[in-house]
Design a protein around this ligand. Structure first.
Ligand SMILES: *Cc1c(COP(=O)(O)O)cnc(C)c1O
Length: 387
């Protein structure tokens, strides 16, 4: 990163794409020979999908997944040649785009697989598909649960003409939870998935590439002997929630730093109040810095009047009063010489001081996945210098 890269910016995110290489190594230590499918949906959770995918490709990641067609097309247009799996639903009216951009579509249900099959037959182009098996998430997929093992539907889908089935997968709802009930639920899902694979094989079909693990599935269940695992957050160097215990001790580097600038500094006397609602009342003489970041940049308004801090000159300053749409204010009384144009770190580190995205998520009552994906388009993403 050069000084000119941030010149003129009021708020920006510096993303250390090089650190992804380290994070992938940490993931590989956990999953053994299981290959990595890079989950780059939602613009890689706001980190920049094509940039993340490019570094991962250099590190040998040869499969990627997104949530929807538009994300897949945008990745193809950025030049990515590897297979791209769409995890969610694509409107059948857009099936021609799957062919045009050489994309792999998830069969989200048996009915949907029939629609893909009909299209593939009509246009004589087998549709590339991964079959989603629902072992307990009850979101999408062909139900294969203790109460309802739909071997009939699974077998029907694998027998459909016009489909080129290249893989089969399932998803975990509680792989993050170490309580016995959750762990046995996840283990049962893994068992059901293996059973479904056997059903397919016994009928003479090839289930293709098998993958079941999201980030917590990797951290807590390690090497399950599948073909691929599906980390999103982990290669970005964070987990959903730092308070959640995990059964491994990886050493990840968070790749995103969020920075803003001071627009002005003023002295306030006791009795003054700061921001909308006048919730912060000044009780002793203070120095208040206004910052160029608000909830329209992705700093949740729910963090207002809590213990949120930013780093200025390597020291922590408390955010006071309501967070506005485009600005917020911080108490810099104890930090000498703060002035217009100074940089404030909202997420990231300066020396031994660290501000994690987790603190923001906790105050906002959410998880890091949401905080990161909600950084808005107004915040430019810039390649950070790798330290
Ligand atoms: C989003 C998603 C993932 C990645 O989840 P992380 O918790 O970020 O690792 C994996 N699989 C599916 C099906 C997903 O939708």
């Amino acid at each position: 990163m050069q000084d000119q890269d941030i010149q003129g910016l009021r708020t920006w995110a510096e993303v250390d794409y090089e650190a992804i290489r380290h994070n992938l190594k940490e993931i590989r230590k956990l999953v053994g020979d299981t290959k990595i499918m890079g989950i780059v949906k939602a613009d890689a959770y706001g980190h920049g999908a094509s940039e993340c995918a490019r570094v991962m490709e250099e590190e040998g990641v040869d499969y990627f997944a997104v949530a929807c067609l538009a994300e897949a097309i945008s990745l193809r247009q950025s030049g990515l040649k590897s297979p791209i799996l769409i995890l969610g639903w694509t409107d059948p009216a857009d099936f021609d785009q799957l062919v045009k951009y050489d994309l792999i579509q998830t069969a989200v249900s048996a009915a949907y697989a029939r629609e893909l099959s009909a299209y593939g037959q009509r246009y004589h182009s087998p549709m590339k598909v991964h079959v989603k098996v629902d072992t307990g998430m009850n979101r999408t997929g062909i139900l294969f649960q203790p109460e309802e093992k739909r071997s009939d539907e699974l077998l029907e889908v694998f027998g459909l003409p016009g489909l080129d089935i290249q893989g089969m997968f399932t998803h975990f709802p509680v792989s993050d939870d170490l309580q016995e009930e959750s762990m046995s639920f996840t283990r049962r899902q893994i068992g059901l998935f293996r059973e479904a694979v056997q059903v397919i094989k016994a009928a003479g079909f090839d289930p293709g590439l098998l993958h079941v693990q999201n980030s917590y599935g990797i951290l807590n269940y390690k090497d399950l002997g599948m073909n691929y695992c599906r980390p999103g957050l982990l290669y970005m160097g964070v987990t959903s929630d730092d308070a959640v215990e995990i059964l491994s001790n990886p050493d990840f580097i968070p790749i995103l730093t969020l920075k803003t600038r001071v627009s002005m500094v003023k002295d306030l006397k006791p009795g003054a109040t700061v921001s909308y609602g006048r919730h912060y009342k000044v009780s002793k003489p203070v120095k208040i810095a206004s910052l160029c970041i608000g909830y329209a940049d992705g700093l949740p308004r729910a963090c207002s009047n809590k213990e949120l801090e930013v780093l200025i000159h390597g020291k922590k300053a408390r955010v006071v009063g309501n967070i506005c749409m485009d600005q917020c204010m911080a108490d810099v009384t104890d930090i000498p010489d703060v002035k217009e144009g100074d940089v404030a770190i909202v997420i990231g580190r300066d020396g031994d001081q660290v501000l994690s995205v987790d603190a923001i998520s906790r105050m906002a009552g959410t998880i890091n996945n949401e905080t990161l994906t909600r950084l808005t388009a107004r915040v430019p993403r810039i390649q950070a210098e790798h330290k």
